[in-house]
Design a protein around this ligand. Structure first.
Ligand SMILES: [Zn+2]
Length: 179
């Protein structure tokens, strides 16, 4: 990649592009989005130029999500966010604008006007079987055993109740690592 058409996120990583950097380690940089969805929208950027999440190796994948989780906790504490969305867009159809993977950590507030939504409609049994067949043909041979359709249905119908407070109680945020 030449200097003129260098990726904007690579520019942030190497410091040639100005940014409000809030955290950095050997693998990722976290900056405030200058076009935020809401106040405090954080971008977790892998230092390596990677286009989509499927190209992440296991260690970077884990680290990216781990840092995203910590940023989420920071937003709850520092900005009194009432919720967060962690979001990755893979491909233009999913809303990806730059060819460099980022993990968005979007703080949410009551009536913040942010919409991440879709219209859900019950799928017809025939169509479900079709989709199931297409996907399962690719997941067989993966490490995790594939659940049967009936089992999945049960899980969908009876979600386990976990409140945000329960989840946050488990938080073991390590302040030492944050600059
Ligand atoms: Zn890049």
């Amino acid at each position: 990649m030449t200097e003129e058409n260098k990726c904007i996120f690579c520019g942030i990583v190497d410091g040639s592009m100005q940014s409000a950097k809030i955290y950095e380690d050997e693998l990722v940089v976290c900056v405030l989005d200058i076009f935020p969805a809401s106040k405090g929208h954080v971008l977790v950027i892998p230092k390596k130029h990677i286009a989509v999440s499927a190209q992440l190796d296991e260690a970077l994948s884990a680290h990216l999500f781990n840092v995203g989780n910590k940023m989420s906790a920071v937003l709850f504490e520092s900005l009194k966010a009432e919720g967060t969305n962690l979001l990755i867009a893979n491909g233009a159809a999913a809303g990806q604008k730059v060819d460099h993977l980022v993990l968005h950590v979007i703080p949410r507030y009551k009536d913040d006007g942010v919409t991440i939504s879709w219209k859900s409609e019950q799928i017809k049994e025939e169509e479900l079987k079709n989709v199931y067949g297409q996907i399962v043909s690719k997941t067989q041979g993966s490490q995790e055993p594939v659940k049967e359709v009936e089992e999945i249905k049960e899980v969908v119908e009876e979600p386990k109740e976990t409140t945000l407070e329960d989840a946050l109680e488990e938080e073991t945020f390590d302040d030492e690592r944050m600059p």
